[in-house]
Design a protein around this ligand. Sequence first.
Ligand code: ZN
Length: 277
Amino acid sequence: MPELPEVETVRRALAPVVTGQQVTDVFVGRKDLRWPLPEALDSQLLGRHFAAPMRRGKYVLMPTDDGQILLIHLGMSGSIRIHEAKPELTRHDHIMVTVDAADGGHRYIVLNDPRRFGWVDLFAADDMATHKLLRDMGPEPLGNGFSAAHMQTVFANLKSPVKNALLDQRLIAGIGNIYACEALFKAGISPRRRAGSITAGRAEKLVHAIVTVLRAAIAEGGTSLRDHVQPGGEIGYFVQQLSVYGRAGLPCVTCATPIRTIVQSGRSSFYCSSCQR
Ligand SMILES: [Zn+2]
């Protein structure tokens, strides 16, 4: 499932392709993904120019020159591909936006989503602060509003495990299961520890760990874009170095204790019972 670094990689791939370019064609293959698609999405986008894309949490936000924002969430299985030649669309290619390109040709941006847990919205940029998906979202972990003090404040009265708190988008934006596991390992904090018991020292470590793992993953994503030789490959899915996630039973990279897994709120947590307290 795409988390902040994967979505940031998608944003960075889209930026040079769409910024300042005009939409010349829109294909919408169905009326809904997870939720109904916006009314007349195709005619609303046709002829518009895109401004530079942004990201908020796990959302890609693509502003248009008529004061709207196209929001894309990739859900569980969604992906974006960018083609230089018009592709044959396959069964799970639900949306294709064609834009002009600086070389006189076109670029074809395809949203593929086999499980259709993703969603797309188009709304007025003026409504961004009140948009139902964005208004309650916590600070960006790589932004200025994120700090150990913020973490301690929002975790203070929580009885839930710190792992669950990290996944709560209202507290911190963009962190999903993989990076929550990795950050807790790096900070030496058990995923089972009560969020409200995180001390200033642990909050400091955890904030540093979150920033470090996210930055490293974004760098991997950047590498994957540079090495992107296959035309039309899925953007935002890249191989990365993971210390605990997906390593149940394998030796801890630090102490060789077998990595354990437990289920918390329906999601698997991976951790070292020796390194993480
Ligand atoms: Zn260990």
